[in-house]
Ligand binder design. Sequence first.
Ligand code: HEC
Length: 185
Amino acid sequence: MRLAVLCLMLSACASPAASSIAAADAALTAADAAADSAPSEYAATLADFDCVKNGTKVGHFYVANRLGAEAAAVAVAQGSQAGAQYPIGTIIRLFPLEAMVKRGGSAYAATGGWEMFRLKYDDAGKLQIAERGGAEVKNGAGSCASCHDAAKSFDFVCGQNHGCAPIAVSAEAAAMLQDADPECP
Ligand code: HEC
């Protein structure tokens, strides 16, 4: 009894082993909570399509992540390793009016969890989502997936050397379009 009181006063009797077990336990509990709260799906809204250049430029495109995983997404883009997967919440944009968003969830399995977007300006000059979805979304050159499928082993990101049929827009022209995005300040 006396010893316990002394320990309370000095907090010096807790054995190091016991306190490090408690610390490890707390860390595990925190990790579990983080894993439990990590969203399994990210559904983008119009507000996600701000300036095309918000994010990190890798190659010709910009990478962002809405769930705090931009560094991980950039690492996948820069690493260019077959089999590497972008984290959920990743937004990749090349042209101001197109985007691919790593949505996750089973509905987009055919496009590797990516939801494809085409944007447009309405008559009032306000940015709108023109089309969103999986393999059915297309631009003037065809369905997004019809080309991006070729880069399946690189998580559907074409880049320069992931097997996609090339597009007729040079890197310089893409950069000019990015610089001219009216959504950028
Ligand atoms: C004709 C084939 C083709 C079609 C159709 C196509 N893309 Fe691409 N896309 C490419 C190629 C090739 C690149 C790489 C271009 C570069 O880096 O200069 C690319 C790049 C991109 C990028 C930058 C990331 C990456 O994969 O390199 C995004 C985002 C993108 N496309 C979205 C779309 C969306 C959304 C659609 C449909 C609305 C679409 N694309 C339709 C071939 C295509």
